[in-house]
Ligand binder design. Structure first.
Ligand SMILES: [Zn+2]
Length: 235
C-alpha cells in the first residue's frame, strides 16, 4: 500500500489486493494520533482490510496486519527497490482487475527484498517475471521480429521490438547491445518460468541494462523510482 493526503485527517491509499487487484481507498481520520488505523497503514504492509463501498472511493474501516516489513524497508536500498516495484505494478495494472499472479509476485518480492543483502540485484528477475505475468515477456531464444530460433547465434537486444533480434533482422546502422553466449544463457535463466530459476540469480551487467530498457519500452518512460535508486546506489 501507498498513501497520499486527503484533507486534514484523511489519506487515500493505493492498495494492491489479491481479490480485486489495484484499488484506491480512503482511511478516514488516519492522521489523528488516536486513530486505530494509524501505524498499520505503512508502505509495504500486507493487511486484511474491512471496507465499505463509498460513493466514489471505498472506505477502510479496519486493518489487520498480516506482514509488516517496514523495519527492513527503511534501509535506503531496500526502500528504493520496493518503491520501484510498487511504481511498476501501479503503472502496469488496471484498477479493479484481479491479478493473483501479480499479488503472489509482489508479496514474494517484498519477502525476498527483506532478506537480501543486495536487493537491487533482485530487480531483473522480478521485472521479467512481471512482464511474463502481463503477457509482455520476450522469448529468450528466438528473434522477436521473425520468430526464428537464435540457437547458438548472437542476439541483439532491440528494446523497441520488445526482445532479442537476430543477425538478419538487425539494421546495421543501429547500435544495439550484442548478447554474447554468457548473456544469452543468463537472460534465458532470468526469463525462466516461476520456480525454474533461483530468485536471487544475478544478471550480467549487459542483461541488467537490457531488462531496464525493455521495462522502459513497455512503460513508455523510465520509472521515477529507478532514477532515485541510482542516486545513492552506484550501479
Ligand atoms: Zn529475425
Amino acid at each position: 500500500m501507498r498513501g497520499r493526503q486527503l484533507g486534514e485527517a484523511d489519506r487515500i491509499f493505493t492498495l494492491f489486493t489479491g481479490e480485486r487487484g489495484k484499488l484506491d481507498a480512503v482511511a478516514k481520520g488516519v492522521r489523528r494520533a488516536k486513530s486505530h488505523l494509524a501505524g498499520r497503514m505503512e508502505f509495504g504492509n500486507e493487511c486484511e482490510f474491512g471496507m465499505h463501498r463509498g460513493r466514489s472511493l471505498d472506505v477502510i474501516v479496519s486493518a489487520h496486519i498480516l506482514h509488516a516489513p517496514w523495519s527492513k524497508l527503511v534501509e535506503p536500498e531496500r526502500f528504493a527497490v520496493v518503491s520501484l516495484v510498487a511504481e511498476l505494478i501501479d503503472a502496469f495494472c488496471e484498477p479493479d482487475l484481479a491479478m493473483p499472479d501479480v499479488y503472489e509476485l509482489l508479496t514474494g518480492m517484498i519477502a525476498a527484498v527483506e532478506r537480501s543483502p543486495s536487493p537491487r540485484e533482485l530487480l531483473p528477475r522480478f521485472s521479467l517475471r512481471l512482464l511474463a505475468v502481463l503477457g509482455l515477456a520476450p522469448p529468450p531464444d528466438a528473434c522477436v521480429r521473425c520468430g526464428r530460433q537464435l540457437g547458438s547465434n548472437a542476439g541483439w537486444l532491440d528494446a523497441q521490438a520488445g526482445g532479442l533480434i537476430d543477425e538478419s533482422c538487425r539494421e546495421r546502422w543501429r547500435d544495439l547491445p550484442e548478447f554474447d553466449a554468457r548473456d544469452r544463457e543468463n537472460f534465458g535463466a532470468l526469463c525462466a518460468p516461476k520456480g525454474a530459476a533461483a530468485p536471487a540469480l544475478r544478471a550480467t551487467p549487459r542483461v541488467a541494462r537490457a531488462v531496464e530498457d525493455l521495462l522502459a519500452h513497455h512503460l513508455g518512460r523510465r520509472p521515477k523510482a529507478g532514477a532515485h535508486l541510482s542516486e545513492f546506489v552506484p550501479g
